[in-house]
Design a protein around this ligand. Structure first.
Ligand SMILES: Nc1ccn([C@@H]2O[C@H](COP(=O)(O)OP(=O)(O)OP(=O)(O)O)[C@@H](O)[C@H]2O)c(=O)n1
Ligand SMILES: C[C@](O)(CO)[C@H](O)COP(=O)(O)O
Length: 226
């Protein structure tokens, strides 16, 4: 493959905040794993030419079980990530280099309900920007708390909650990640530090990240919703 758009699904975390017996991306929701749902969201789109999953070293059997039945030539064998999300992204970008994509959409495996329209909106924005990401405005009052008695209001005007996918020109984000700190919060931070122009596009409340057990209950309710 040369050109086109790659999807990079980061699944190298341990899910410590979930506190489950398995890393959260391998948990089943409604008969499919979180990882399989996230990967399928991109395989369902003909716009995606190749999908690369990044896992923690040693998770190969868990990943194979999680993705069993996903027989799509665009899905590459998983590669090992790193100790942080940024290092996992870097490993995934390096693994994609031989495919030579024009663009890459970087997505958390922990966001299994990403709507196609959000993915396509990020992809469309890459038509005339070096990067684009899904985000939602903060709509609740924000407080900075120190314990349950000492807190102060935080102005929320102009604040957004970043989601994924976060999409970029492939060569630009790969070069940026090669120089990025291992603790970069997300790929927008890496891109902007490298001077890339990154657009914000509307995300979705359906595109929530499964982080804690409460999110797992929310996800199961989401599937039952009419
Ligand atoms: N070293 C890491 C850490 C995180 N991730 C991925 O980045 C996404 C967002 O990270 P997060 O929700 O924080 O997942 P975990 O790191 O697994 O969660 P926790 O912080 O609770 O351990 C997840 O799909 C996770 O698998 C990754 O690929 N490599
Ligand atoms: C990248 C991200 O999804 C943007 O909101 C989020 O930062 C990933 O979760 P983490 O807990 O920060 O690893």
């Amino acid at each position: 493959m040369s050109g086109g758009t790659a999807a990079l699904i980061v699944a190298g975390g341990r899910g410590t905040r979930m506190g489950a017996d398995l890393p959260k991306q391998y948990l089943d929701i409604g008969g499919r794993t979180i990882l399989a749902r996230s990967v399928s969201a991109f395989l369902d789109l003909p716009d995606i030419a190749v999908v690369q999953v990044v896992i923690a070293a040693g998770d190969e059997a868990l990943c194979a079980d999680a993705l069993r039945g996903l027989n799509d030539a665009r899905l590459r064998p998983p590669v090992p990530g790193g100790a942080t999300r940024a290092l996992s992204v870097r490993a995934g970008l390096d693994a994609l280099a031989d495919a030579g994509p024009d663009h890459v959409l970087i997505h958390d495996a922990a966001r299994p309900f990403v709507p196609a329209e959000v993915i396509l909106a990020v992809l469309a924005a890459l038509g005339d920007a070096e990067g684009a990401f899904a985000a939602l405005p903060v709509v609740d009052a924000l407080w900075r708390a120190d314990g349950d008695r000492d807190y102060a209001p935080v102005p929320r005007a102009g604040l957004y909650r970043a989601q994924t996918p976060q999409g970029f020109r492939f060569d630009a984000i790969r070069a940026a990640h090669a120089r990025a700190p291992a603790d970069a919060a997300d790929d927008v931070e890496v891109a902007r530090a490298a001077g890339l122009e990154v657009r914000l596009v509307e995300g979705s409340e359906e595109n929530f990240k499964i982080t804690t057990e409460a999110d797992l209950r929310r996800a199961r309710r989401h599937l039952d919703a009419p």
